[in-house]
Design a protein around this ligand. Sequence first.
Ligand code: SAH
Length: 571
Amino acid sequence: MGADMNTRPVSIFALGPSSLPLAEKVKAAVGGVVHAPAGLAADGHFGKATLAIAHAFDAGHAVIGICSSGILIRAVAPSLRNKAEEPPVIAVSEDGATVVPLTGGHRGGNDLARKLASALSAHAAITTASDVMFGEALDEPQDAVLANPQDHKAAAAARLRGEEVRTETTIRVVSGGPRHLVYHPKVLAVGIGCERGTDPDDVRQLLTRTLEQHGIAPGSIAAYGSIDLKEDEPAITQFPQARFFTAEELRAEKDRLASPSAVVEQEVGVPGVAEAAALALVGRNGTLIVPKVKGKRATIAIAQAAQAADLRQPAGRPRGCVALVGIGPGDSSLMTPQVDFELWKASEWVGYSLYLDLVEHRRNGQTRHDFPLGDEEKRCRHAIELARQGKQVALVCSGDPAVFAMAALVYELIDREPCRIAVTVHPGVSAFQMASARAGALIGHDFCCISLSDLLTPWETIVQRVTAAATGDFVVSFYNPRSLKRTDQIVKAFDILRPHRKPETPVVLASNLGRPTEKVRILRFDEFRAEDVDMLTIVMVGSSQSRAFVRGDGQTSAYTPRGYARKMGLT
Ligand code: SAH
């Protein structure tokens, strides 16, 4: 991950109002963003502190908590995997007297803790042995990797005994030992060009072979790059965080190429993708160290930056992505952690204002792109356009993003107008699931969902489907049941169902699910009145088997049996 304190975002967590002033002092000392529970004056807000802390950690942020070490340990424990990549986690006691770096000590955590302690006139409780003795880290230096971690313990112990330990920093493959630590600085960039459909393994093997032939350590590679035409090429996207350049940006490297090709120039407008991308990554002060090497269908080249800092935030841009996220019906406890994480990762939020408002308390520097109700196409096109510029976009939907929402439209647009962005879909709890759950278990047996909006679907098609649901004896959930202008559809749908349902069939009217104004009613089919329904309501009608009953506490429940009565020999 190569990031250090200069580039790593810092997330500061105040768990209550009393720790806010100290959190602000921490921010003044080391920068960053202060997160606090909703309602407090902070830069960002969270629902559940441990979840927010885990997300910040997973996203590679340095985490500073104004709280006990225990809270932070519990929050990040499930995410702890590889100490070489973990960001710093630092606990600051609420009285501001003690600063404890818990993880990532050598990823800048100890330095950050020292800086904090000095600003707060506190004590930095640094516990990593080599640091305590020498004020330096042996196993995880910044912008480099230790090539022989197996020798680190012996080397640190030798140093503690006062014996000499040699350290060597090189991009070459060198074997170290218990008295010889070898570091590979993160200074290399690999440029890749390939034909469409090249096997990703071929490119990997070409790279491995080339590195071996030149005796170069893979640990020194900091970045991979190619031309933007290859943004959707698996052979390139297999490298995490690959960066892409326009043909024009690559042409700017023309004079520095070692082996320009007229053929390639004719095909993609650049006299060589691999060399140009490697050079574009390392910048003007870098040099080409391995000119273009040809494989069967791919080429690679390697360039070296003048210093590791030049590659901390590599040039070019990442592949843009539209993440379709379903935030559930409303309450944030009904949102999956994955959706929460996607919202966190994105730099842009696109959506209907009401939905963006529902997640506003989680915003943490993301730009809002608000849209009015309707015109989903505009929303989707805007999200796709941002992704085409290399942005990471969350397209925010209520409920599930595929259920009468925008996921299918995004796929339709990229199907009709191909582009190279990544698209991912992250499910949410849909209104029908929530309504069934509130009522009991109405979707306990076969069910279907029908949108009554005839803005996009011809009314005859809707009639055909309602008829099939009526005769097929499905539990039916009606989305978009009634608007100010469309008042008839739900009445007609009930007319179609009436001959196939008993008068006592349970009907659930659920509005504003998961929001403070939530209202759920369970009534009989013959009690239904269309006037009780609006666009924020979902209407569910039971099958011939569905039942409603009143329990001892006076609550009515509705469910659809799956057939266990027959299995149990009951009727
Ligand atoms: N993607 C959403 C559905 C969007 S269509 C989902 O999966 O739930 C909009 C319709 O969904 C509304 O007209 C209403 O019928 C239903 N709906 C969405 N959210 C709702 C909520 N919180 N409470 C009740 N109905 C809701």
